[in-house]
Design a protein around this ligand. Structure first.
Ligand code: PNW
Length: 463
């Protein structure tokens, strides 16, 4: 009887998908096994000074050898979906030619285990681990890489197309292009504004070509998607120059992907802003139409908002064309261990904006979560109260957006396991399951138990 309940429940729609997310390089390890060749992240992490403490993904959470245990963990949590990524250099070591059977077998086994456990597999084809050979041939700034990606997508559709529920082409092309080729804090560590814009364009093209290939080869029920880390950007004041700074970041952070993928066009203001950097002559006839291949949903990764004003950014900057016009302001309030502000309203703002701008596109939160240090209490329970508070606030924001008409279909918590956090190595823990990297022992944190309850209840306990 609801009237005798002391708490209200923020209930999510029936059929809402509750998942966790990971990425291949961050958890798999087994970097040289079964024919896998180096990706740009192997090269980058082995280059002194690039990753904190010299950490690499050589072993990571050893997921390659612990698939059964990790799927069993998810079954305990009761997740309906699992988002993982496929390591391109495991499947197609040179980025060209036929697939390696053992590489495919690993993902076949993972998908079989998931289906046995009643968990829907959601596969991402590219979560930043470009085969090094393709980088040596020019990487994402080269058009050829887009064609190679579409071919790899076709290989995966043929191998697993009948059993993967959702195929995501790319994870966060903004990071791949602008952190990888713009400010160089991610692999391959290049610092060239024009290279970052060329990369962004070829990632859009790669997405569209792959989406078309997938659609043509998959059974009707399979979904095709793309995941973007959209920037919830706020001007620090309503002064025209601060509004213009926010517009510039929206152009080179958000609309640079949204406009090609959903409207087959480049934002005019982006072309103007970047005129000092490039004339965009690398965009060939038909590219933007190709980028706009129909897809079934949009994945959104959200961690925190950005507050900007007129000024200049650090150099090298990831903000091609905007670096001499925009300054990022430290946001007020609490921060996570990444020093990222905790601000769930940013997620609500993003979801309601997309409700208005892309009313026909179903939305999925494909990543949300936080890095915090955890600690064991005397009885050995792993406590992470800040993470529970973060997750609660962000799910409440999703619920509010749903109530206000945003078509949000699911939520994937980043991350299932503590893992290799890119340039921060193992120093930042995003997992709801603690990993002791010396023993590879997994222990549920309080947040994992909390999330299992949310899933079982189909919603959040309110006040
Ligand atoms: C995302 N930034 O990365 C990735 O998809 C995950 O693999 C990652 O572990 C997670 O978020 C947490 O970092 C990002 O600097 C990395 O703006 C950096 C940024 C954004 C997203």
């Amino acid at each position: 009887d609801a009237r005798t309940d002391t708490t209200t429940v923020l209930r999510f729609p029936a059929g809402f998908r509750w998942g966790t997310a990971t990425a291949a390089y961050q958890i798999e390890g087994a970097a040289t096994e079964d024919g896998r060749t180096p990706s740009i992240w192997d090269t980058f992490s082995r280059t002194p000074g690039k990753v904190r403490n010299g950490d690499t993904g050589d072993i990571a959470a050893d997921h390659y050898h612990r698939v059964d245990e990790d799927v069993a963990l998810m079954r305990r949590l009761g997740v309906t979906d699992y988002r993982f990524s496929i390591a391109w250099p495991r499947v197609q070591p040179t980025g060209r030619g036929p697939a390696v059977r053992k590489g495919l077998d690993f993902y076949r086994r993972l998908v079989d285990r998931l289906l046995d456990a009643g968990i829907r597999p959601v596969a991402t084809l590219y979560h930043w681990d470009l085969p090094q050979e393709l980088e040596d041939a020019g990487g994402w700034p080269q058009r050829e890489t887009a064609y190679r990606f579409a071919e790899y997508a076709g290989i995966m559709a043929d191998a697993l197309g009948d059993r993967v529920a959702t195929w995501t082409t790319l994870n966060e092309p903004w990071c791949a292009a602008f952190l990888g080729y713009g400010n160089g804090v991610h692999a391959p560590g290049r610092t060239s504004a024009v290279a970052s814009l060329r990369a962004a364009h070829h990632l859009n093209l790669a997405h569209g070509l792959a989406a078309r290939t997938l659609r043509g080869r998959l059974p009707g029920a399979a979904e095709v998607s793309l995941t973007l880390n959209l920037h919830a950007v706020r001007p620090c004041s309503q002064a025209p120059e601060d509004l213009d700074a926010a517009r510039r970041i929206d152009a080179v952070g958000n609309r640079i992907f949204l406009d090609p993928v959903f409207h087959g066009r480049l934002p005019e203001d982006l072309v103007r802003d970047t005129a000092p950097v490039t004339d965009w002559s690398f965009v060939a006839d038909g590219d933007l139409a190709a980028a706009a291949a129909p897809i079934d949903s949009l994945g959104i990764n959200y961690y925190s908002p950005s507050v900007v004003g007129a000024g200049t950014s650090e150099s090298p900057s990831p903000w091609a064309g905007a670096e001499r016009h925009v300054r990022f302001e430290p946001a007020p309030g609490p921060r996570t261990a990444m020093d990222w502000p905790v601000d769930a309203d940013g997620l609500y703002e993003l979801l309601t904006r997309l409700r208005d701008e892309l009313p026909d596109v179903p939305l999925v939160i494909t990543e949300n979560g936080a890095a915090y240090d955890d600690y064991a209490d005397p009885s050995g329970n792993v406590k992470d109260p800040e993470r529970v508070a973060y997750l609660h606030a962000h799910l409440a924001a999703v619920h509010r957006a749903l109530a206000d008409g945003a078509d949000v279909r699911g939520y994937f918590l980043w991350s299932l396991l503590d893992n290799f956090e890119w340039a921060y190595g193992y120093s930042k823990r995003f997992g709801i399951v603690h990993v002791d990297f010396a023993t590879q022992r997994r222990t549920l944190k309080d947040s994992a138990r909390w999330y299992a309850e949310v899933i079982a209840r189909g919603g959040l306990e309110g006040a």
